[in-house]
Design a binder for this molecule. Structure first.
Ligand SMILES: [Zn+2]
Length: 252
């Protein structure tokens, strides 16, 4: 479900950038504002793999255009939970996000980090809508616009952590999906279907799916009660993280 994916994206970003430094891992701590701003990017990016599905949240983001892009993604990726859900895709996402981060626009005397701004606009709108903070897509885009303006005001060149946040969001979606019964095409574009004896062996057939996907189905089917419980736990964690980082931002 979109909402669980978005929440998992925000939770992962807060956990790695907000909490890890305190565990003395040697990772350079990000300022609290970047922990907060980045969690919105990872929440939105965690919805991107499902662009290959016509009824995904983001396929409705822009009338007609969203569904057209979803149809193209479905075709290019070879269907739902195919190419767009492959670990290999993370390499492409990293390069695309890095390229977007560097894409600048010259308007008169000003240089605008257009790529970073557009990425922030789209991903914030996706995340805000998926987490049901707003009721309509028009409101989601308005929030996204305000967020993008804030991000560019904070870092006019575009934030350095943007490619990392986008890639982490995409990756956590894949982790979420592999925990469901459908699994993932882990070796895509190579598909290896299980032999008949595997398909007949109870636990093995749940891990190595007949279509060649691999699953660690701890959450059961997508949308299961277990997924909802995990969603509530992660959502609580994100709320605590946001409060803690906001306090840190104001030196409390
Ligand atoms: Zn998915």
């Amino acid at each position: 479900m979109g909402v669980t994916h978005a929440t998992s994206g925000a939770a992962l970003w807060i956990a790695t950038t907000g909490v890890l430094p305190y565990l003395d891992t040697g990772i350079h701590p990000l300022p609290a504002s970047a922990v907060l701003a980045g969690s919105i990017i990872t929440a939105g990016a965690a919805l991107l793999p499902d662009l290959d599905h016509h009824s995904a949240t983001i396929a409705h983001s822009v009338p007609l255009v969203g569904r057209t892009i979803a149809a193209i993604a479905n075709n290019v990726g070879g269907g739902h939970r195919q190419g767009f859900h492959a670990p290999l895709m993370l390499v492409g996402v990293w390069f695309l996000a890095s390229w977007m981060s560097r894409w600048q626009w010259d308007i008169g005397e000003f240089t605008v980090a257009a790529g970073a701004g557009l990425t922030a606009l789209a991903l914030c709108s996706f995340g805000v809508k998926a987490r049901r903070y707003v009721s309509s897509w028009a409101k989601a885009w308005a929030v996204g616009l305000a967020y993008a303006a804030l991000v560019l005001a904070m870092s006019p060149q575009g934030p350095s952590w943007l490619p990392l946040a986008v890639t982490m969001g995409y990756a956590v979606h894949l982790v979420g999906d592999i925990l469901t019964t459908g699994g993932l095409p882990v070796l895509w574009p190579i598909t290896i279907r299980p032999p008949r004896w595997v398909r007949r062996t109870p636990v093995l057939s749940a891990v190595w799916r007949p279509g060649g996907h691999v699953a660690v189905p701890l959450l059961g089917d997508a949308g299961s009660r277990r997924e909802k419980v995990l969603g509530v736990l992660m959502s609580t964690y994100v709320s605590f993280g946001v409060v803690a980082e906001t306090c840190r931002m104001f030196g409390l």
